[in-house]
Write a protein that binds this ligand. Structure first.
Ligand SMILES: *Cc1c(COP(=O)(O)O)cnc(C)c1O
Length: 416
């Protein structure tokens, strides 16, 4: 059984412990929700403040050149690329996952068309993140089922459904509810054996574990920067397109920023070469410098160490809950095998919403996901082992005092 001193000892031996100093940590808060919105970094705070006061405030429009605002989407994209195993020129930082996914889906279908393939099925999983499925449904309505048709299967049947009917496999590496991690390298290999293109959503992977897009031969990927990359609320997302596809892509959202010569102002669209063709409109400069600043938190950090610590934090959390006799009441829904887990643990519990609210009131921030799950995210850059120990003491206390049953938690907030 691990006691407080033992938890502190783990922190003293933690090679990532110093990285915590790069983050603004609110007093009295144990933040186990970095999988929804990462903490603010000092670097992002400084970058935003300088950009607003000096670059916008003083240099105004000259900043597009003088401070290279115009290069932000691809410069930040390359930086994200390093964290997801992509060499330069294949990642752009722009828009949201939802919008980037639409671009990637149509691009993938257009590559299949260019190959002369008459396939239109998009295969995904029943419990994929809803926005991903909504975007495919929207395209299905727009293009007609004969050109784009969503087919949903259980995660475990994915590999047996990869046949020559399928145009695109669309999967999220780490399931947002259960935390199950899919074997992307293996699925990509199987998909390619059947000439299927692969789009991966990295929302819960980027910044949480090593990702090897180039090595795995993934075709397209999307991800967000406000979760484990700490880019800030509503920070722009990213899109990856493997270089081998760049010449054959038709990207449907043809904005001027993706034009070969945006400032020629010609009437006819001509796509820029490379990943730039994925840009649509003007980049949100302030949000993008926040992302650029935040990414410095990963300087000299090895994602293998991040993954290692993430699994250790989760293991400690679950073992402590078990020692406290709470794992009967809170049913862990994560896979047994650690290799199949992301960087979170979710538990089914009838009073998950009340528990979550009672914990927030005591400074432990977790989140609730319908219908009855409480999720705890582990963010190795700033979460300490001692915090995990404390969090479990507080959970035990809430349950012992039945605070989670309080009448105040009968009404749900707009954002859960
Ligand atoms: C958080 C998340 C999103 C969010 O999409 P946005 O359009 O950027 O809001 C999409 N997919 C998954 C798997 C997510 O976890």
């Amino acid at each position: 059984m691990i006691n407080e001193a033992a938890a502190r000892k783990l922190d003293s031996e933690d090679i990532l412990a110093h990285v915590r100093e790069r983050f603004v940590i609110p007093e009295g808060t144990i933040y186990l929700d970095g999988n929804s919105l990462g903490l603010l970094t000092y670097a992002a705070q400084e970058r935003v403040s300088k950009t607003v006061s000096e670059e916008w405030g003083q240099d105004l429009i000259t900043s597009w050149n003088a401070h290279q605002w115009i290069d932000l989407p691809l410069r930040v994209g390359d930086r994200i690329g390093k964290l997801v195993g992509a060499t330069a020129g294949q990642v752009a930082c722009c828009d949201s996952i939802s919008v980037n996914l639409t671009k990637a889906l149509v691009a993938a279908l257009s590559v299949q068309n260019a190959r002369g393939e008459r396939r239109h099925k998009v295969l995904s999983t029943v419990d994929n993140f809803p926005t991903d499925l909504y975007m495919v449904q929207g395209l299905q309505d727009l293009l007609g089922k004969g050109n784009c048709e969503l087919k949903l299967v259980e995660e475990k049947s994915l590999s047996s459904e990869l046949n020559d009917d399928v145009a695109v496999l669309l999967v999220t590496e780490v399931n947002f509810r259960t935390g199950r991690r899919l074997p992307i390298a293996e699925l990509t290999r199987l998909a390619h054996d059947n000439n299927i293109l692969v789009i991966v959503d990295l929302a819960h992977s980027a910044g949480a574990m090593p990702v090897c897009l180039d090595e795995w031969q993934v075709d397209f990927a999307v991800g967000c920067t406000y979760k484990y990359l700490n880019g800030g609320p509503g920070a722009p997302a990213f899109v990856y397109a493997a270089e081998r596809h760049h010449a054959n892509i038709k990207q449907p959202l043809r904005g001027w920023m993706g034009h070969a010569q945006p400032f020629a102002f010609t009437n006819d669209y001509e796509p820029a070469a490379g990943i730039r063709q994925f840009l649509a409109g003007t980049p949100p400069v302030i949000a993008m410098v926040a992302v650029e600043g935040a990414l410095t938190a990963f300087d000299q950090v090895d994602l293998k160490d991040v993954r290692d610590k993430s699994l250790r934090l989760a293991r400690l959390f679950h073992d402590l809950l078990h020692d406290a006799g709470l794992t009967q009441m809170l049913q862990c829904i994560a896979p047994e095998q650690e290799a199949q887990r992301g960087s979170q643990l979710a538990y089914a519990f009838d009073h998950a919403y009340g528990l979550c609210q009672a914990l927030i009131e005591r400074g432990v921030i977790a989140d609730f996901r319908a219908p009855n799950y409480i999720r705890f995210g582990f963010t190795p850059l700033y979460t300490s082992y001692h915090e995990i120990w404390l969090a479990v003491q507080i959970i035990r206390d809430v349950i012992a005092t039945e605070d989670h049953l309080d009448a105040r938690w009968q009404q749900r907030n707009a954002v859960t």
